[in-house]
Design a protein around this ligand. Structure first.
Ligand code: NAI
Length: 476
């Protein structure tokens, strides 16, 4: 069997690499319209950072895994084609700011329709609105050449960045949705056969196409909802003296609730949660289900509130002004073990501090400096990119980032931050030295013993008399 995957991104890359590793009898060609991205996949420095990915790619590349810009040949030769292109939120027109923009999916479908000379199974791997397969089918069948048959399947991807290889190797489930016809069942069987190379058959779930499409949106909505739920309680904890970690532990030990995904933080980020919930909200509005739309909107509103709340806490703690203060930002990626900064909470934190006149010293072990500058000078973040460039310095090591700063802010939960030499950091910082732990990963008691003023999420540490005497912090 020959497989083609259109879209060599965070999903297409790791998915095809693992598929190639586990299916030596299948030839997989990953294509992308970006020649730069394909060149990186063919080089020693892959375009994305993902633990374990380098090893898998090195094993399979040019054996049964190929990266190419020759989309035409790959489509022509393939029996099965994954569409794994980006589906961002629309930035203009109907549904702006909410609906998924399907222009890349549509262009992939049109390419297939134009190029295909034999039967194809077309698989939606991208996250799409429910009933998107209908649109793909419409495009394919409207341009169908005589004698060519298309089957459309939905096969959403559940991997999480940072653990993608493990998630793919040990998937909780693989979901395949198809048409309820004999041809549809046959197509499902063929895709299932690929996964059965390494996934136990009982973990391969088959449903109708629409259930499969909706399940992906539902899974992301549920995951994000848990984060917003615990984050909402973190605000209650800070106002009452409860500790959100203790609450999360007590709640999570209930087997009906479970302990995963109950970590309070500065807020969720990443390319998917917000985009997919907005997509779900848009669908609900269009289906005239305003109560359902409002319910899911609250998950996003709570996340925005949490990011703003944390940023405000930093400013208030620093005597209500950060103007001309240097603040170190440790971590810029939206989570650890990835270099992806899409929708990262760090952007909101940096944006707020920059607007208040702070100078920022930023360090992240995997995000490229150009990416950080691009994110912070984006028109949606600032009107004065030149001012931002002057106020931001990117560092290649954490100790140089914190030197002579007034405060250190943890935005990403990188493991290496836990093991930093905080005595050395304390000595090199301005006094009083503040730490704002937006990920709850540090040993706060030890930091306080060293002399730091510590603030975190969902737990209030004794505020200093100084702050109270300035009248900045209202007393409980
Ligand atoms: P990405 O932006 O990293 O990669 C998409 C790639 O598709 C880009 O390299 C782009 O150049 C390419 N592309 C777009 N149109 C093309 C065309 N017509 N022909 C050839 N190449 C084309 O996106 P990512 O993160 O891989 O996401 C892909 C899909 O998977 C999205 O729908 C996303 O919602 C979904 N998803 C993403 C997850 C993640 O963790 N990033 C997890 C699960 C699903």
């Amino acid at each position: 069997m020959k497989v083609c995957c259109i879209g060599a991104g965070y999903v297409g890359g790791p998915t095809c690499a693992v598929m190639a590793l586990k299916c030596p009898d299948i030839v997989i060609t990953l294509v992308d319209k970006s020649s730069e991205r394909i060149a990186q996949w063919n080089s020693d420095k892959l375009p994305i950072y993902e633990p374990g990915l380098d090893e898998v790619v090195k094993k399979c590349r040019n054996v049964n895994l190929f990266f190419s810009t020759d989309i035409e040949t790959a489509i022509k030769e393939a029996d099965l084609i994954f569409i794994s292109v980006n589906t961002p939120t629309k930035t203009c027109g109907n549904g702006k700011g909410r609906a998924a923009d399907l222009k890349y999916v549509e262009s992939a479908a049109r390419m297939i329709a134009e190029i295909a000379q034999s039967n194809k199974i077309v698989v939606e791997k991208s996250t799409v609105p429910v009933r998107a397969a209908e649109s793909i089918m419409h495009i394919l069948r409207a341009n169908q050449k005589p004698g060519i048959h298309y089957d459309i399947l939905s096969n959403p991807e559940f991997l999480a960045e940072g653990t993608a290889i493990n998630d793919l190797l040990n998937a909780d489930r693989v979901l395949i949705g198809g048409e309820e016809t004999p041809e549809g069942h046959q197509a499902v069987e063929k895709l299932s056969w690929i996964y059965e190379h390494w996934i136990p058959k009982q973990n391969i779930l088959t449903t109708n196409t629409w259930s499969s499409e909706l399940s992906k949106l539902a899974a992301n909505a549920f995951l994000a909802q848990r984060i917003s739920s615990i984050n909402s309680l973190s605000a209650v904890c800070e106002a009452t003296g409860a500790d959100v970690s203790e609450v999360a532990r007590a709640v999570g030990l209930d087997s009906r609730i479970g302990s995963k995904f109950l970590q309070a933080s500065v807020g969720f980020g990443g390319s998917c949660f917000q985009k997919d919930i907005l997509n779900l909200i848009y669908i609900c509005e269009n289906l005239n289900l305003p109560e359902v739309a409002a319910y899911w909107q609250q998950v996003i509103d709570m996340n925005e509130y949490q990011k703003r709340r944390f940023s405000q806490k930093i400013i208030e703690s620093l005597f209500n002004t950060v103007s001309d203060k240097r603040i170190a930002i440790l971590g810029f990626a939206f989570k650890k073990n990835t270099g992806d900064t899409r929708e990262t909470a760090a952007i909101t934190v940096c944006q707020t501090l920059l607007e208040e006149g702070a100078a920022l010293d930023i360090y992240d072990p995997k995000v490229e400096p150009e990416q950080i500058i691009d994110d912070l000078t984006h028109p949606s973040v600032t009107e004065s990119p030149e001012k931002v460039k002057k106020a931001v310095q990117i560092h290649s090591d954490p100790y140089s980032a914190v030197r002579a700063t007034h405060a250190l802010v943890i935005c990403t939960e990188w493991d290496e931050f836990v093991d930093l030499d905080f005595k050395r950091i304390y000595q090199s910082m301005m006094k009083p030295a503040y730490i704002f732990d937006g990920r709850k990963i540090l040993d706060h008691e030890r930091l306080q013993q060293i002399g730091f003023h510590v603030q975190t999420i969902g737990k209030k540490y004794q505020r200093t008399g100084l702050l109270r005497s300035w009248g900045i912090v209202p007393q409980l």
